[in-house]
Design a protein around this ligand. Structure first.
Ligand SMILES: C[S@@+](CC[C@H](N)C(=O)[O-])C[C@H]1O[C@@H](n2cnc3c(N)ncnc32)[C@H](O)[C@@H]1O
Length: 311
């Protein structure tokens, strides 16, 4: 998620920063710009189900065979915790989230898959009990689309780096480029709808930060990991490139991603764009995107990884 713009595809995915973390109805917002993740549980579940093979492949790249302790911070539906537990059945897998509803969801999904993971509510912005929950120095800490929602992103990274044992890795999903799915002109509304959707995402992110009084992080993720005391910082850029036409299992995530973004960013779209998106996402209407043969999927998810010194 190039921070604001692509945060949600990468869930990307959105917004607590030390404010109340309760469920607040079904709109996915806390009333302001921040996103109510508890209300997003079903969306996160579906996304995690669809991403399970991707999570497993990524986990193979991030984990090492003898990793003993893994922590999924801001776990959402717990997809990465499950991917780790599958490949490391004897290790300690911990999944934490600021939202009780998501901790419950991650626990349920893991139990249904017969996997043993430790779950707990924990807020990276108030990390007093985090190390106790983790219980031992971690070999791998993962935070997927979480850090950009904290009130002090550098402090959050410092906290997570502090959970690592010697030689441990901190991996975060941040940055990247938002998914692109549409031709420039779809014949509904003004051309360039997706560029304005990305801009609306960026504005929403800025508004969330303003709402939460978040500290700025005026440097990139590689520098942020170095400032957290980590070395050998690298990035994995994972490109999705599916040519048109999108069909079946490729079409649904594209429509899902667009619908989610429109919902999250709607207050930063003008009325004309909101109407255009409503028509394009209406499966019963004549302009439904799902009927088109020219949707494609181009996206880059970036994963930054840093390593703690050995002793
Ligand atoms: C975009 S979702 C990503 C979920 C999951 N990591 C994934 O990649 O599917 C962001 C998650 O971070 C959680 N979160 C946001 N702020 C947090 C904080 N300060 N501490 C812990 N979790 C937080 C949210 O509740 C949500 O589950």
């Amino acid at each position: 998620m190039s921070d604001g713009a692509s945060e949600h595809q990468h869930e990307s995915h959105p917004g607590h920063g030390g404010h109340g973390h309760g469920g607040h109805g079904g709109h996915g917002h806390h009333g302001g710009a921040s996103i109510d993740f508890a209300a997003e549980a079903e969306r996160l579940r579906k996304r995690a189900d669809a991403r399970a093979p991707v999570d497993r492949a990524l986990m193979l790249r991030l984990s090492e065979r003898d990793d003993r302790v893994f922590v999924d911070v801001g776990c959402g539906a717990g997809g990465m915790a499950m991917a780790f537990a599958q490949t490391h059945p004897d290790a300690r897998t911990v999944a934490v989230d600021a939202e009780q509803a998501l901790v419950d969801l991650a626990g349920e999904r893991a139990a249904a898959a017969g996997l043993s993971i430790v779950t707990a509510v924990a807020d990276v912005d108030r990390p007093e009990h985090l190390a106790d929950i983790v219980g031992a120095p971690a070999d791998l800490v993962w935070a997927g689309g979480v850090i950009h929602h904290t009130t002090d992103q550098q402090a959050a990274l410092d906290t997570l780096a502090g959970l690592l044992g010697p030689g441990g890795r901190l991996a975060i999903a941040e940055g990247g480029l938002p998914g692109q799915f549409l031709p420039w002109d779809v014949g509904v509304g003004r051309p360039s709808l997706e560029l304005r959707l990305a801009e609306a995402g960026s504005q929403r992110m800025a508004a969330e930060h303003a709402e939460n009084g978040a500290a700025r992080r005026p440097y990139g993720w590689n520098v942020a990991l170095e400032k957290a005391g980590l070395h050998d910082v690298r990035v994995i850029n994972d490109v999705t490139d599916i040519p048109a036409p999108l069909t079946g299992p490729d079409l649904e995530p594209a429509l899902h991603s667009l619908a989610a973004q429109v919902g999250w960013f709607e207050q930063f779209l003008d009325a004309e764009d909101r109407d255009a998106w409503a028509a394009l996402l209406d499966a019963d209407g004549p302009d439904w995107l799902g009927s088109r043969r020219d949707l494609y999927h181009l996206e880059i998810r970036s994963y930054y990884v840093g390593t703690k010194a050995n002793g």
